[in-house]
Design a protein around this ligand. Structure first.
Ligand code: AMP
Ligand code: GLY
Length: 464
């Protein structure tokens, strides 16, 4: 008997959502796939619909009418608004945490207090709701700090300061001038600035089970060498060698398990994708932030390598039956993947849309290359820019150096006015290989296919 086909609706319009739609379309049980509102890329493997994640009522009606089996929520703002709660209450199955559980991303204060409570390693911090007290605290620190607005601010509410005057200015911008919004600026977290390499660890959380994805590294700053203002993410590679098996095991034990336990104990269980941004310092790993969703552009490189039925995986997480999937359900292509984000002129500041993009098809035709769309839309018979991060050009290669070379070969085939991108994605890992083994200029081929195991943390003596 052939299994019933499942219709899916993906919420969002970025590169992450194109990658999700592309991977879902490869599932043997996928029926019709919809994307709300989607971009020119999602339109290739899904039907774009004209509403977005803020139109709860229309989305519910659509799901009931079109017999949508599962809604996959991409962006954090829809989660923070409570889209998953709203849909679930009306009988629609959702991949994504509740509004309360999504506070792990939407409130820095909640996340920091939860980490303190669960004994999860993170930077020392204090919370302030008055600018004067915040300034006094800054002035009495003998180390640089990071000032973080409490609420969602599209990645811009985190100000990494080099000295105390800069930190005072950050307090002013967030709390007094309310540059990121009134509610967002009501409270700030001020924490110690950490030094080290960052690593993104994404894990599916479902009931008692946790399934970590291979580690990735993002590049937050707009310019080469980590210079310039922060963005949503300028490029990724996977696996990131800094995420050694020891780092992954420690992250699972000291970050994911205690957080999942603590949330469950406080009757605020997490279900969906939990994403920890870690800093690997000389004193060990520290959590910089949690996200309650897939990373962008981490998802592009993870899904490029993933083998297995993605729809069944998301469905099992949503049903809290992840532990029923066999241990080898998911495997990953041993080849590393690199994603280079091409941006609109001016991003992360002001930018224009509507610029014609040429060369996507040629780039897509290169072996091992997939061009994920982000800020694009169809205009007549053309694809034009429609956002800050425009494309995530992603490639697999036998080595990380090959993946990088192939991704940039593809980038060079694509043109639009004002386009810019970093030219050093994955260089940190490539440099580390060279420094460690000077005689060996190119890294070795990746080992055979890797398997990630589903871990079940529920035991009778220690219920989650
Ligand atoms: P967040 O949204 O909290 O992850 O912050 C965004 C980016 O700011 C991170 O990816 C880091 O690059 C940087 N950042 C955040 N917290 C710290 C910290 N305590 N020390 C150094 N850099 C930080
Ligand atoms: N790439 C970082 C994020 O998705 O927040």
């Amino acid at each position: 008997m052939t299994p019933a086909k499942k219709n899916v609706l993906v919420v969002g319009k970025g590169g992450r959502e194109h990658a999700i739609v592309w991977k879902l379309a490869q599932s043997p049980t996928a029926g019709r796939i919809y994307c709300a509102p989607g971009n020119a890329g999602t339109a290739q493997s899904a039907t774009n619909v004209s509403f977005d994640g803020t139109d709860f009522e229309r989305m519910t009606r659509f799901c009931l009418k079109e017999n949508v089996h599962l809604v996959v929520i991409g962006p954090e703002d829809a989660l923070a608004l409570g889209l998953s709660d709203y849909l679930r209450q009306r009988g629609v199955k959702v991949f994504g945490p509740t509004k309360d559980a999504a506070r792990i991303e939407s409130s820095k204060v909640y996340a920091k207090n939860l980490m303190r409570h669960a004994d999860v390693p993170t930077a020392d911090y204090r919370v302030f709701d008055h600018p004067e007290a915040a300034r006094t605290y800054v002035d009495t620190r003998d180390y640089p700090v990071v000032v973080k607005a409490d609420g969602l601010a599209a990645g811009k509410g985190v100000i990494v300061c080099k000295d105390n005057p800069e930190a005072r200015k950050a307090v002013e911008r967030i709390m007094v001038r309310e540059e990121f919004g009134q509610a967002v600026g009501r409270q700030v977290v001020i924490e110690k600035r950490l030094e080290g390499e960052e690593v993104s660890i994404l894990g599916f959380v479902s009931g008692r089970s946790i399934l970590l994805m291979p580690p990735c590294q993002d590049h937050k700053a707009v310019n080469d060498g980590d210079q310039g203002p922060n963005t949503g993410g300028m490029g990724t590679y996977c696996p990131a060698p800094v995420g050694t098996p020891e780092v992954m095991a420690r992250a699972e034990e000291t970050v994911f398990v205690p957080i999942v336990h603590a949330m469950k104990r406080s009757r605020n269980p997490f279900n969906g994708m939990l994403f920890a941004g870690l800093m690997l310092t000389n004193q060990g790993h520290r959590v910089l932030e949690f996200n309650a969703r897939f990373g962008d552009p981490e998802t592009q490189v993870i899904l490029m390598r993933m083998k297995g039925d993605f729809l069944e995986l998301l469905d099992a997480v949503a049903d809290e039956r992840l532990d029923e999937l066999p241990d080898d359900f998911l495997t990953f292509d041993p080849r590393p993947a690199v994603c280079v984000v091409m941006c609109a002129g001016g991003y992360p500041g002001k930018y224009d849309g509507g610029k014609m993009i040429l060369g996507i098809e040629k780039a897509d035709a290169l072996p091992g290359v997939k061009v994920f769309h982000a800020g694009t839309k169809v205009n007549g018979d053309r694809v034009v820019t429609d956002g800050g991060r425009v494309l995530g050009v992603t490639a697999l290669g036998d080595t990380l150096a090959d993946a990088k070379a192939r991704a940039y070969e593809a980038v060079k085939l694509i043109q639009f006015p004002g386009a810019h991108y970093r030219t050093d994605i994955a260089d940190k890992a490539l440099r580390a290989v060279k420094e460690a083994k000077p005689a060996e200029a190119t890294p070795k081929k990746a080992p055979s296919t890797t398997t990630q195991n589903i871990r079940d943390y529920g035991t009778k003596s220690k219920p989650v």
